[in-house]
Design a protein around this ligand. Structure first.
Ligand code: 0HH
Length: 210
């Protein structure tokens, strides 16, 4: 069993992409779950490099920043692309995922009631970039980059899952993205993880909005 530990709140949030990566790679991990009251005591915040979670531990390696953790796991499990150009494209797509995640989180945590509908209206303009990237890579039949799964796929699929909860029709006009989410989510170990209580019982966000 690996000694991975994810230190986070009881939400999917910024950790579900890495959980999907670990599940698909057949790795095991432990969760150190903090309540918000425990967090407000301040000890963990003081330890965290940027005063935020998630944190992550693998032996002597302690990391913060969710995308740095994803990259560490990607390097360790060989899901970061096989050459410099592919790795840089994987980074580029993951940065695109991060940009959309930040917009999603801002809406969910800061402006859900008024911002949800305008956000949903603006989604096609965001999702079309991912649809085009898929089309330009083997006509959408492979991964977001190249012909092997990468951490950007795990991160993108998690964010798309959240969007399908927010707006169940949002992928209807994007046939390649729809098929892609289905395909990645049907990989046996991911499918098993997605049907587990660990995934199903964990809320997407910490404020009850989704
Ligand atoms: N760039 C950082 C990263 O990618 C951003 C981390 C971040 O925003 O890792 N962390 C937030 C928690 S993620 C944080 O530490 C959003 C989920 C919030 C759920 C909280 C409530 C759960 C209760 C069950 N926020 C706390 C803080 O900044 O003090």
């Amino acid at each position: 069993m690996s000694g991975y530990k994810i230190i986070y709140f009881d939400v999917r949030g910024r950790c579900e992409g890495m959980r999907i990566l670990l599940a698909d790679q057949g790795a095991e991990w432990n969760e150190e779950v903090l309540t918000f009251d425990q967090w407000l005591k301040g000890d963990q915040k003081a330890k965290a490099v940027f005063g935020q979670l998630p944190g992550f531990q693998d032996g002597d390696c302690v990391l913060y920043q969710s995308n740095a953790i994803m990259r560490y796991l990607a390097r360790k499990h060989g899901v970061y692309g096989k050459d410099l150009v592919t790795q840089s494209r994987v980074d580029m797509m993951n940065d695109g995922v991060e940009d959309l995640r930040v917009k999603y989180l801002r809406m969910v945590y800061q402006n859900y009631e008024e911002g949800k509908e305008p956000y949903i209206q603006s989604l096609p303009a965001e999702l079309k970039h991912f649809e085009r990237a898929l089309r330009e890579n083997n006509n959408g039949q492979s991964f977001i980059v190249g012909n092997e799964i990468s951490f950007a796929d795990y991160n993108l699929v998690d964010l798309l899952h959240n969007h399908l909860v927010l707006a169940p029709e949002c992928l209807k006009e994007f046939s390649l993205l729809s098929a892609y989410v289905e395909r990645i989510s049907s990989r046996p170990k991911i499918k098993a993880f997605l049907s587990s209580d660990a995934h199903k019982n964990r809320p997407i966000n910490g404020n009850g909005k989704q």
